[in-house]
Design a protein around this ligand. Structure first.
Ligand SMILES: [Zn+2]
Length: 153
């Protein structure tokens, strides 16, 4: 999946789930991290350590506080910059974890070992294809209808 698609799908998912732009925006930035961190080595080490869910799960456990799910808006400012940074990093790495799930629908990702990629979900489209564009549009439309219908995802 392209970075643009990762950003759109992650932002839409977390905004519908939380109704919080800070959370959705933090996760959107984090959803671009796994591909961006590969840098110029993208062609050689793509979907390796940067796409191993264990690292993101460990980061989520490290940055977890009970307030990451409840603090909103002005509460964030009142809690101080250190707490706000911790919340940003929690949702940033949550976005990274969503990136891996999103990549799993368009190819293999590492599961047990960071250097061994496995197909875990059926491949729905090729990265950068018209199919990916249609998937993103359909996914956002379903989220919109679910949110408009009052269904909490
Ligand atoms: Zn990726």
């Amino acid at each position: 999946m392209t970075n643009l698609s990762h950003g759109i799908v992650t932002f839409a998912t977390l905004y519908v789930a939380t109704q919080d732009v800070f959370i959705a925006g933090s996760a959107m930035l984090g959803s671009m991290f796994p591909d961006k961190v590969e840098g110029p080595l993208f062609r050689f080490i793509h979907r390796c350590y940067s796409h191993w869910f264990v690292l993101y799960a460990a980061a989520l456990a490290f940055f977890w506080t009970p307030e990451v799910l409840s603090a909103k808006g002005i509460q964030l400012w009142q809690m101080g910059i250190a707490h706000m940074g911790r919340m940003f990093l929690f949702w940033f790495f949550a976005g990274g974890l969503l990136h891996i799930v999103e990549d799993a629908v368009c190819g293999p990702v590492p599961v047990l070992y960071p250097t061994k990629r496995t197909t875990v979900l059926p491949r729905l489209f090729k990265t950068g294809s018209v199919g990916e564009c249609l998937f993103v549009i359909a996914y956002c439309a379903i989220l919109y209808m679910a949110a408009a219908g009052g269904i909490k995802i």
